[in-house]
Design a protein around this ligand. Structure first.
Ligand code: PMP
Length: 305
């Protein structure tokens, strides 16, 4: 359960948590065209608080809205400031930020007409998305029977609300079978991403991740690529198959919520030794150093409250 906070930012102002409601005719509720972000704020090592890569998340939010043909009635600066304001109002030093752009009520046809474009920003405390143990020991993943969206069917580069029906179906399918996360194949049968994470594998010391062709351009993915470059870990962005993944020495998921989560099994096959390997460990440790402000080289990724 999401822990209730005091305030939610809605359409330009902070309102009490319990009053952040919408009408049942809210267009997005029926047809799914909305755009959202998932952002984290971390307590830094020096006792301060910083939002991680806020600018990139706001840029992606605006890209998602643009792809979805939604005109956000605020500037990037206003939305970024509102994220900070909401955290402060809730006295949250660490937590998750969820900006949501949605089409309000008005006409009910598929064409949204002149229905208002509304914006909400919600913040709440959120620990490790897949659990602390997942970060430590790794998780068990399963290839879902649901394919990731085809690029001409849904807009795969956008965090559009309705896109996530696909993720919910895949996630429920594999969780019901006792696994932790769903790996999804693209419509040509290659590994693409997970229900809410990008994926990396390691073979003979070389990192491999799927190209951005049909997956969400993950900000954590980008951090991992930067970390790999800095540490001179060879990396290729190339399609791979599920059997290549089975035979990997290491694998992990990346995402704002999931952070860097090792994968210890895929489809009941152990990955490597069935526990987080050295490359995964090194990247995970670097990631946490960065988000917690322990790395001076990436200070510009932190937006202090
Ligand atoms: N793919 C999908 C489908 C996602 O929902 C997410 C989470 N936003 C990601 C990848 C990872 O993106 P990021 O690292 O920017 O959170």
């Amino acid at each position: 359960m999401v822990e209730k906070m005091d305030k939610i930012w809605m359409d330009g102002k902070l309102i009490p948590w319990g009053e952040a409601n919408v009408h049942i005719l809210t267009h997005t509720l029926h047809y799914g065209l909305g755009a959202f972000e998932g952002i984290r704020c971390y307590k830094t090592h020096d006792g301060k608080s910083a939002i991680f890569r806020l600018r990139e998340h706001i840029d992606r939010l605006f890209d998602s809205a643009h792809i979805g043909d939604l005109q956000i009635p605020y500037s990037k600066k206003e939305i970024a400031e509102a994220c900070k304001e909401t955290l402060r109002a809730n006295q949250l030093k660490e937590g998750y930020i969820r900006p949501l752009i949605f089409i309000g009520e008005g006409v009910m046809g598929v064409h949204p007409g002149k229905n208002p474009i509304r914006v909400a920003i919600i913040t709440w405390p959120w620990g490790a998305y897949l659990g602390e143990e997942a970060l430590e020991k790794g998780i068990r993943a399963k290839v879902s029977s649901y394919n990731r969206h085809h690029v001409n069917v849904m807009m795969t580069k956008a965090k559009i609300s309705g896109n996530y029906v696909n993720s919910v179906l895949a996630k429920r399918e594999v969780v019901r079978m006792g696994y932790d996360e769903a790996v999804m194949l693209d419509t040509e049968g290659y590994v693409s991403e997970a229900s809410g994470e990008n994926i990396f594998m390691v073979k003979n010391g070389v990192l491999k991740t799927t190209p951005l062709t049909s997956v969400l351009p993950g900000i954590t993915r980008d951090c991992v690529i930067t970390i790999a470059k800095t540490k001179r870990i060879p990396l290729v962005e190339e399609r791979f198959t599920r059997d290549e993944l089975y035979a990997a020495h290491e694998a992990f998921f990346t995402g704002t919520a999931a952070e860097v989560t090792p994968i210890r099994e895929v489809d009941d096959r152990k990955i490597g030794e069935g526990k987080p390997g050295p490359v995964t460990r090194e990247i995970q440790a670097s990631y946490f150093d960065i988000v917690k402000g322990r790395n001076p080289d990436t200070r510009e990724w932190l937006d202090y409250l």
